[in-house]
Design a protein around this ligand. Structure first.
Ligand code: HEC
Ligand code: HEC
Length: 384
């Protein structure tokens, strides 16, 4: 199952589609193992747009307290997460119900958020600004006020979109943020060199055994997908793998019917799931209203997973080893706990030995992209 198409062709195709950040050498190796980033027709990339998006992503003025930006919870030096927090901390130290997923490779997801309630990166970025446990603004007006008057922004919006004053809307703000996010992609891991470049010494023996388990006995690959020439480690689908749902098992009928009766808009669902821990656990059901989707969450990418502890949608598991043990137990974190009624058929006890569990962990540690590991190491080295 080795690579069939020359990587160089993929890289060339990629470079035609995506101009990289100004100054970044457009190297083939950056993207090893990844398909071209999907770019919407109405939001083409440009270096100036990416720079504007980065500035918006890091601007703390777009929160009710002036202290929280997107980057607070998606910190580049923490793999674009807020680890080691289990669930995110927004304005006034208010806690949400869910673990901040990484923004790295979010560009490849066909839906955004753990429950996929948002259809695009552009739409996704509208919500944290207004969520009362995140950035806490009452409307998007304060953002537009700054974008239309701050002299740096005035120049940048004019340059990128040819617009100024009232012509600048959230459409431009969210497009710039999404363009920046589409540059935060990570491939080129030791696994990619091993699998797509046939570089046998890129992985240790334990990692190679781990990959074999990942594909065969562990059946991880049935959801965390690896294709012939690329690997996103997600199927972009939703599964109940037994995380968090036990907390609401007895109340599922009541919670589900209360949710349906409330008939919330998407913005209201965003607030409800992130502020009410019990409603959070209904997962994908909040979007589809289908009982098959109870406790279902989006298959995470496993790229850079070693940088983004803790794990699962509620951050309930601290280490990769505990995550594997959860699967080994057949979808329960603590052996002996009841298996929930809505568990995915793809999750069954695996009967792996301790050594095999270690091997799987070692394999996942081979999915780290060097540039993100370096950012993290530099930040940690810089600590007093
Ligand atoms: C207070 C912390 C916090 C802030 C501030 C925040 N986020 Fe998030 N972000 C989260 C959490 C938690 C989730 C998961 C929520 C869910 O799935 O229900 C998330 C999800 C996402 C996702 C979806 C990723 C995926 O795998 O589905 C993206 C993209 C994202 N945030 C970008 C942003 C952007 C852009 C901003 C600023 C406009 C922002 N975030 C502000 C915590 C935060
Ligand atoms: C039936 C589909 C499915 C299978 C099989 C599966 N996973 Fe997952 N995986 C998921 C889903 C869905 C999530 C997110 C679940 C949640 O947080 O509630 C996830 C999350 C994870 C996470 C945490 C990701 C994060 O960002 O927090 C790790 C680690 C993981 N899986 C590893 C594995 C390993 C190792 C295997 C094989 C032993 C495996 N998975 C098998 C669907 C699956």
């Amino acid at each position: 199952m080795k690579q069939r198409f020359p990587v160089i062709l993929l890289a060339a195709a990629f470079l035609c589609l995506v101009p990289l950040t100004a100054g970044e050498p457009p190297g083939e190796t950056t993207m090893l193992g990844l398909p071209p980033v999907p770019i919407p027709d109405d939001n083409p990339m440009s270096a100036a747009k990416i720079e504007l998006g980065k500035k918006l992503f890091e601007d703390k003025r777009f929160s009710a307290t002036g202290k929280i930006s997107c980057a607070t919870c998606h910190d580049a030096t923490k793999g674009f997460t807020d680890g080691p927090l289990k669930t995110s901390k927004g304005i006034e130290d208010l806690r949400g119900t869910r673990n901040a997923p990484t923004v790295i490779n979010a560009a490849y997801f066909t839906t955004q958020f753990w429950d996929g309630r948002s259809p695009s990166l552009e739409d996704q970025s509208l919500h944290p600004f207004l969520n009362p446990v995140e950035m806490g603004l009452l409307s998007h007006d304060p953002i537009l006020e700054i974008a239309r008057t701050d002299s740096d922004y005035v120049a940048m919006f004019k340059d990128v979109f040819g617009k100024k004053g009232k012509k600048i809307t959230m459409d431009e703000v969210t497009k710039a943020i999404a363009a920046f996010e589409r540059t935060q992609v990570g491939g080129n891991s030791p696994f990619d060199h091993y699998y797509f470049k046939a570089s046998d010494d890129a992985l240790t023996d334990a990692q190679k055994r781990g990959f074999d388990l990942f594909v065969n006995e562990g059946r991880c690959v049935s959801c965390h997908r690896v294709e012939q020439t690329t690997a996103l480690f997600t199927d972009n689908k939703f599964h109940n793998i037994g995380v968090g749902i036990n907390n609401i098992q007895n109340d599922v009928p009541e919670l589900a019917s209360a949710f349906l009766e409330a008939d919330l808009s998407l913005a209201e669902v965003d607030v409800k799931v992130l502020s009410d821990p019990r409603t959070s656990e209904i997962g994908r059901f909040a979007v589809t209203h289908g009982f098959d989707d109870l406790g279902g969450f989006k298959t995470s990418t496993l790229r850079n997973i070693a940088l983004t502890a803790p794990y699962f949608h509620d951050g309930s598991v601290a280490t990769l080893r505990e995550a594997v043990v959860h699967y080994n137990n057949g979808g329960v974190t603590n052996e002996g706990d009841p298996v929930n009624d809505f568990l995915s058929g793809g999750v069954r006890p695996l009967n792996l030995t301790d050594e095999q569990i270690d091997d799987l962990v070692a394999f996942m540690e081979a999915l780290t992209s060097p540039e993100f590991a370096e950012l993290m190491a530099e930040a940690e080295g810089g600590k007093p």
